[in-house]
Design a protein around this ligand. Structure first.
Ligand code: FES
Length: 168
């Protein structure tokens, strides 16, 4: 995906582009992102990276906070199944993110706005391809506008208690 005029994918973008938050595992996908950069792989400049020690460390409340505070999508990337440095962190992440995606769908948020993927430290190409693919999906979905689309539809208390549940 080269330079994209996102309003061609969805006119609601106007002159802005998607904002993706990336929660990247320190041991693999964060290094894959580094490799993609040093290898000068081209991918859309839509992702803002946050390094975490393991996808199993990711509290789903962080994802909700990102979406509430302006992200159009959240990409979580970690070590391949069976290769987590903390044994089972990525399996925990799989269960949590699946649950979170179902909950988001019930709130009227397309579940593809939150995605979980794997890339080893040597897979800069896979990292770049995943960012490009997710950017295109979010580009077609359009801006999230959480405050208009979710908080107008769902009482604030419910959203807060959802975060508490996710936290627990
Ligand atoms: S250490 Fe990378 S996903 Fe657990």
């Amino acid at each position: 995906m080269g330079k994209t005029n996102f309003s061609e994918l969805n006119p609601a973008w106007g002159d802005r582009r998607p904002i993706l938050i990336g929660f990247l595992c320190n041991w693999c996908s964060y290094r894959a992102a580094d490799l993609a950069g040093t290898s000068r792989l081209g991918y859309p400049a839509t992702l803002r990276d946050i390094r975490i020690m393991c996808t199993g460390r990711l509290d789903p409340a962080f994802v909700l906070k990102a979406l509430r505070e302006g992200a159009d999508g959240v990409l979580i990337m970690g070590c391949h199944p069976g290769q987590c440095h903390y044994q089972e962190g990525n399996y925990k992440a799989m269960r949590r993110i699946a649950l979170l995606r179902r909950t988001l769908a019930q709130l009227g948020v397309h579940p593809d706005r939150v995605q979980l993927a794997w890339a080893s430290a040597a897979q800069g190409t896979i990292f770049a391809e995943k960012v490009a693919a997710m950017t295109e999906i979010i580009g077609r979905l359009g801006p999230l506008e959480w405050h208009d689309s979710v908080e107008d539809a769902v009482p604030q208390m419910k959203v807060l208690s959802l975060e508490e549940v996710a936290h627990g």
